[in-house]
Structure formats: C-alpha cells, structure tokens
Write a protein that binds this ligand. Structure first.
Ligand code: SAH
Length: 253
C-alpha cells in the first residue's frame, strides 16, 4: 500500500491531474519515510474517498504531488459508534483512541467522571484534544480510513448526559457495566436494525468505574446497561471489546 497522507483544511482541494503543494507536516513525514520523487502516495482530505498521487518534488520544506484518479472506496463499518470514555490516566487515552479508530469508531467523547484520576480543563484540556485529534489522523492514515472521527472537547459527565438526553442524538445509548443483567451480544440481537440505522453510543467508566449516582444518572438519561461478562476489564479494554463485538455481529469485519 502506498503511504497515505491526510491533507485537510478548507483550502486543500484535491483535483485530478493538478499539482498539489503538500502541507509542511506532510513534507516532514515524507522525509522521515525517505520517499523520493516518483514515489506513489495516496492523499485524502476527509471529504470522502482518496486520490492516487505521485510525488514530483521533495525539498526540505516544500513538496509537490501530482494528483491522479479519485478512488471512492471507503473503509467505514456499516454502523456508527460514539465512544464516550471516562478520562483514563497515563497514556491509556492515547492507546485506546488509536485502537478505537482502527476498529471503526465514528466519534470520541472524553468525559470527566468523578473517579477519573486525571483532571483536565481549560488550555490543558484543549491541548489534549488536539493531541488526540492528531493521533486520530495518524491512525486513519495508517489503517486506510478516509473519514476522520472527531474527538470532542473534554466534558463533564453530568453536562454531557443532560445534553445527550435532550438531543436524543447518538442512537442507542449503552452503559457498559459489569453489573448489568443483559450481555452485549443479546442486546445486539434484539436491536440490530436500530443499531445499524441510528448507531450507538457507548459509555465507559474510567479506571475506578462510574460512581453509583453517575450510573443512575446515565440510566435516567436513557442508557441501557450492558455487560461484557463476569470479568472486570480495564477501562481501555472495555471500549475495544465492544467495538470488536459490534464489528463481528453487525458486519464490520
Ligand atoms: N470497579 C469498577 C470497574 C471499573 S472497570 C466497577 O465495578 O464498575 C472500568 C469500566 O470498564 C467500567 O466502568 C465499565 O464501563 C467497563 N467494564 C469493565 N468490565 C466490564 C464488564 N465486564 N462489562 C461491562 N463493562 C465493563
């Protein structure tokens, strides 16, 4: 597979048979990969599909690509998952965001929960959000997705629950809890059509789980509890296990 680069932004217009100056981060990335003029690359702009291209010039700060044919093929799964993830510590968020993108997540909502060990707000929260968005981009370049899942700004769990309950967006709302009576596969069997048509929002607690009053608030906001079995999974395992299960049962693999 030719190396893939995202060239986003309103001014990035990929037109077949035109020469396209590559943005500086892509120039640097092409140098790191030791690409040379004549090499085949793939460019995508997030508006759908991708373009075959050929590197025609590669300088220190400047590179030019000759744009070839548009390929409309997409690598999206046939369902839309929003991962609402209680903020986890260390590099767990980085790790799980990358893997969730590979497994087809459509959007990521980081949530400040009462038991989150990390506290993010203001400028630090914004910096993390851009850092995560950059990881999403790199994961899409690597895994072949042409649509970039958006990482939303870090939001308080309560605020977010109120917003979701009011908007009704996000499709079927699932609260992942080891104590829930219904297992995820059984729920998927029951609600298959709705999941495929309107998508699903997965709420996962941070390392220490959600507080009982937070679980209660989620249920009141229209979430249904589902379990992934009797073993307690680490927070970064839970979302990925859900995504893999949904892919297997709803035709994403
Ligand atoms: N002690 C916590 C466990 C936290 S694990 C508790 O009892 O809730 C972190 C998060 O991963 C949980 O909040 C839940 O969303 C998810 N999770 C872990 N194991 C799970 C399981 N077996 N089924 C469903 N969700 C699980």
């Amino acid at each position: 597979m030719a190396p893939r680069f995202f060239v986003g932004g309103a001014d990035a217009v990929l037109a077949a048979e035109s020469d396209f100056p590559l943005p500086e981060p892509v120039v640097r990335h092409a140098q790191v990969l030791r690409l040379a003029p004549g090499d085949a690359i793939t460019l995508f702009d997030g508006r759908g599909g991708s373009h075959a291209a050929t590197l025609v010039e590669l300088g220190k700060r400047h590179a030019l690509a000759r744009i070839g044919a548009h390929d409309a093929a997409e690598a999206e799964p046939p369902f839309r998952v929003t991962l609402a993830q209680g903020l986890a510590g260390g590099d767990k968020m980085d790790w799980l965001i990358e893997k969730a993108v590979e497994l087809g997540v459509a959007a990521i909502q980081p949530l400040q929960a009462s038991r989150s060990v990390v506290r993010l707000s203001g400028e630090r929260a914004q910096k993390r959000q851009s850092h995560w968005q950059a990881l999403v981009q790199a994961a899409c370049e690597q895994c072949g997705r042409n649509r970039l899942p958006a990482v939303a700004e870090v939001t308080n769990l309560d605020t977010w629950l109120a917003r979701v309950a009011q908007s009704g967006n996000g499709g079927t709302r699932l609260l992942l809890s080891p104590r829930a009576a219904q297992a995820l596969p059984a729920l998927v069997a029951e609600r298959r059509e709705a999941l495929l048509a309107d998508g699903v929002t997965l709420l996962i607690g941070p390392e220490g789980g959600l507080a009982p009053e937070e679980e209660q608030a989620a249920l009141q906001a229209g979430f249904t509890g589902v379990s992934l079995g009797p073993r307690i999974l680490r927070t970064e395992t839970a979302g990925l296990a859900c995504l893999a299960t949904l892919n297997a049962l709803l035709g994403g693999f």
